[in-house]
Design a protein around this ligand. Structure first.
Ligand code: GLC
Ligand code: CA
Length: 539
């Protein structure tokens, strides 16, 4: 039997930016509950909820100080229970974000651990003596600077792969692992739909050998976790794995190995990055490379005994139309093209809030407009190294995480209906034009393309289980593929570029399925318009 999550479309809610219900300028749980009708109309099966746990909010909730409490800025546990119950009435499951590579430095485990070398919680974290009065080694934090922070009280360094305030947990400690599993079971007992696992590829780290991701114990830990928590319970699990290859993705998701349902891979995120440099060191985009990566992840993962996710956006990466498409003249067409090309592929699609109405990046002029710790730390570090301010702001406008974290654009009223107060992060001024209300009123909007794609997946086994076959001889910026199941055959054609492109196929059109321009009755010697995409049944 096909598990539910293979047929599902998941919608990511970034709670801080989704809907404020009490005028404090911060989105909250009651706000999400109030928008369930909208999400049901879109047709999604599950919400991936970014963290709402108690947190000092150094990294917008990815720094958790209590896994079994809701942050007051988001509401109460009663609000959470209400969201779960109401979502169920709307046939929507809630997938919780599981952040267990690290905690906040305000978590009681860390507060205890740093008190003394023999504190019972000391070994929940990773401590090392200084080497020649310095950091134990040159491991780097993803948020700039060393991954080691000196702690005066005990004269040792602790490891943090993210902010100083996000100390890494020591997964080698079986007692810690059991505490995590108990916490997961607390949430499972509440009736959640599963977990999205934050930077899960890091838990097998061996810092002394400078092993970060994909450490030798990673898969054994996941197998243990599966057995002690969600295994056999019909839940969805998706791991965030920036360094997965198709082979590694199969290891995580092969049901015979009892680990996860699927992972997120990010290979296309580095395509505009200079080799061996950081995400901020940009190079020109090449559509051929984007196409090759998309095809690679369709053809090199064996879906007969593995599975994978499909997504363009999340809270850590820029808006797809701003990055790869055209967020001005061809905003609507390019947004629909990206939707069509991705949602008819093999795997479980994810939509990030606002993607379904074509929200765009939001450029800033000055670092004072930025909230994200990653961008701010990078800016300060590089400014001190002599980089030019304008270049740094440019990089932030292209890749910074605040781009996709702007509040949701619900209508053209002040602050887009997101809040009646002062929003925690300024809205993208284009909300006057780009908003949910306008999208719902326009039958030709991006929203309805997403709605239709979700419906197509729900109603056609071919979209869920059909084989993927690339049409090899097309121009570099045209991606055309077949999906095939039980003698049925669909052809999906997408012009990834803003130029006209020629395309030709011998197949006969049996039926038009979806398109972002006109329907085609035949496929020979076509000129595809900028960002044109369509799907047809063929024979
Ligand atoms: C993941 C999250 C990101 C967070 C980081 C540390 O990459 O998606 O937002 O900053 O992990 O938890
Ligand atoms: Ca609020």
């Amino acid at each position: 039997m096909t598990p539910w999550w293979k047929k599902a479309v998941v919608y990511q809610v970034y709670p801080k930016s989704f809907q404020d219900s009490n005028g404090d300028g911060i989105g909250d749980l009651k706000g999400i509950t109030s928008r369930l009708d909208y999400l049901e109309k879109l047709g999604i099966d599950a919400i991936w909820l970014s963290p709402v746990y108690q947190s000092p909010q150094v990294d917008n909730g990815y720094d958790i100080s209590d896994y079994e409490a809701i942050d007051p800025q988001y509401g109460t546990m009663a609000d959470m229970d209400e969201l779960l119950a109401k979502a169920k009435e709307h046939h929507i499951k809630i997938v919780m974000d599981l952040v267990v590579n690290h905690t906040s430095d305000q978590h009681k485990w860390f507060i205890e651990a740093r008190k003394s070398k023999n504190n019972p919680y000391r070994d929940y974290y990773i401590w090392r003596d200084p080497v020649d009065g310095h950091e134990p080694n040159d491991l780097k934090s993803a948020f700039s600077g060393s991954a080691w922070k000196f702690d005066e009280a005990t004269g040792q360094y602790y490891l943090h792969f993210f902010a100083d305030q996000q100390p890494d947990l020591n997964w080698q400690n079986p007692e810690l692992r059991d505490k995590i599993y108990d916490m997961m079971n607390f949430w499972i007992d509440k009736g959640i739909g599963g977990f999205r696992m934050d930077v899960i590829e890091l838990i097998g780290k061996e810092p002394d050998k400078k092993i970060r991701e994909n450490g030798p114990m990673l898969h054994p830990y996941l197998q243990e976790m599966n057995k002690k928590t969600f295994g056999g319970k019909n839940l969805m699990t998706v791991g965030e794995t920036w360094n997965a290859t198709p082979k590694i993705a199969e290891e995580y998701s092969d049901p015979a190995r009892h680990e996860l349902s699927m992972v997120f891979q990010f290979e296309n995120q580095s395509l505009d990055q200079q080799e061996n440099k950081e995400k901020w060191d940009l190079k020109k985009l090449d559509l051929k490379q984007l196409k090759d990566v998309l095809v690679k992840w369709q053809t090199q993962v064996d879906f007969n005994h593995a599975w994978n996710s499909l997504f363009w956006e999340n809270h850590d990466i820029p808006r797809v139309i701003s990055r790869w498409g055209n967020d001005q003249e061809y905003r609507v067409q390019s947004a629909k093209m990206f939707a069509i090309v991705l949602h008819l592929m093999h795997g479980t699609p994810y939509i990030y809030n606002g993607e379904e109405i074509g929200m765009t990046n939001c450029p800033v002029k000055d670092i004072s407009e930025i909230e994200d710790i990653e961008s701010i730390n990078m800016y300060n570090e590089r400014l001190a190294q002599g980089y030019k301010k304008t270049d740094l702001i440019h990089a932030i406008n292209v890749k910074g995480r605040d781009n996709a974290r702007r509040p949701m654009q619900w209508n053209d009223q002040p602050n887009a209906g997101f809040t009646k107060g002062k929003p925690w992060l300024a809205l993208n001024p284009n909300y006057k034009k780009i908003n949910v209300e306008a999208a719902l009123a326009d039958p030709g909007s991006i929203f309805y393309t997403y709605q239709k794609l979700i419906k197509l997946r729900h109603e056609n086994d071919l979209v869920v289980n059909g084989d993927f076959e690339l049409m090899p001889k097309t121009s570099d910026s045209v991606l055309a593929y077949y999906r095939k199941l039980n003698g049925q055959k669909w052809l999906v054609v997408a012009n990834l570029s803003g130029n006209e492109e020629s395309f030709s196929a011998k197949d006969q059109v049996k039926e038009n399925i979806i398109e972002n321009y006109d329907k085609h009755q035949q496929l020979q010697d076509l000129t595809l318009k900028p960002y044109e995409a369509f799907a047809v049944k063929v024979q």
